[in-house]
Design a protein around this ligand. Sequence first.
Ligand SMILES: *Cc1c(COP(=O)(O)O)cnc(C)c1O
Length: 396
Amino acid sequence: MSKTQAYIDRAEEVILHTYNRYHIVLEKGQGVYLEDVDGKQYLDFAAGIAVFALGYGHPAYKEALKEQIDKVIHTSNLYYNIPAIEAAEKLLKACGMSRVFFTNSGTEAIEGAIKAARKYAYNKEGCTDHEIIAMNHSFHGRSIGALSVTGNPHYQEAFKPLMGGVKFADFNDLDSVKAQITDKTCAIILETVQGEGGIYPADKAFLEGVKAICEERDILLILDEIQCGMGRTGDMFAWQAYGVEPDIMTCAKALGCGVPVGAFVLNEKTAKASLVPGDHGTTYGGNPLACAAVSKVFDIFEEEKIIDHVRKVTPYLEKKLDELTQKYEFLTERRGRGLMQGLVVEGRPVGEIITKALDNGLIVISAGSNVLRLVPPLIITEENIDEMIEKLEKSF
Ligand SMILES: *Cc1c(COP(=O)(O)O)cnc(C)c1O
């Protein structure tokens, strides 16, 4: 029996079966490659679902974490810690917003964003029956609050009753958003580029229209940048390309490049009139180890000009993917921005292609029901793209 099968057998005896996992056991990584327990190499175009932006085993990143481990891993939010201060300063500098709350995950960032929005409305109006408008086909997480604003009935069904006061509109359809607005609306939440739902970038006119409604009615705009943020689309945050600033932004995934960390970030207006001591907390959130990672990630982005690199390599990836959609009839469309790209697959299961790709030493993932999703480390080269295309075509 292969080592892989032995580990899988053990896993299925102890780990709750909530994922239908692909049959590989990954053990280590270097750059844009991962290796499994049987020594097989994989070119990684998923990056742990848009997490490992800097690639595996980045020397300066590893060194920063080791240094922090030698100092202290955890203290408590009852006290101040230096990595959290530095990480917050760098995050705010990158987005031009006002205050940060660090969390342990994207889901928790969404929870915090929802609470901040409700508290803002409560302070303003003194009542608690406010509504949030979310988008169909969105994804914001699996906790009850985040699930309540996730526009996927299949994920929600068994867990009702969910959080009340949520209405759904269609992404990129401004009229459908307008139709859900009432005097009770306190926030509109959306992903600047929908990820799990199938890689749908927001239209500029849509995002501008939503922002205009929010400003006119003092509704808070929550932009979920958990997947599309941190340089992935060719801007540090995807909304920066649209010139549409959120009132609240959520981050996670590549924020710590592998260390579990997220954040919700408030603009000045929201920070001044929402959460206060006693309103929100977390034991781990913003701990020194996680924040040392965040802080170093921002340093490396600057030193290695990661965003410039994404902008430089994107046209090549888009060109190569467009060639595939021309060449293969079952590939009907390419969608995306920067290094967040999707290929729409018609008439055959996308899971089959992914499994074949794994056999061929390429890691890709899906989004929605029929989209092949490419969210590689941001450091990929044109050579890596050529190798990906070759392996992908072999898998067709
Ligand atoms: C992954 C994701 C989340 C949830 O983040 P977790 O870290 O898995 O809790 C929320 N929103 C978006 C857009 C995501 O891609």
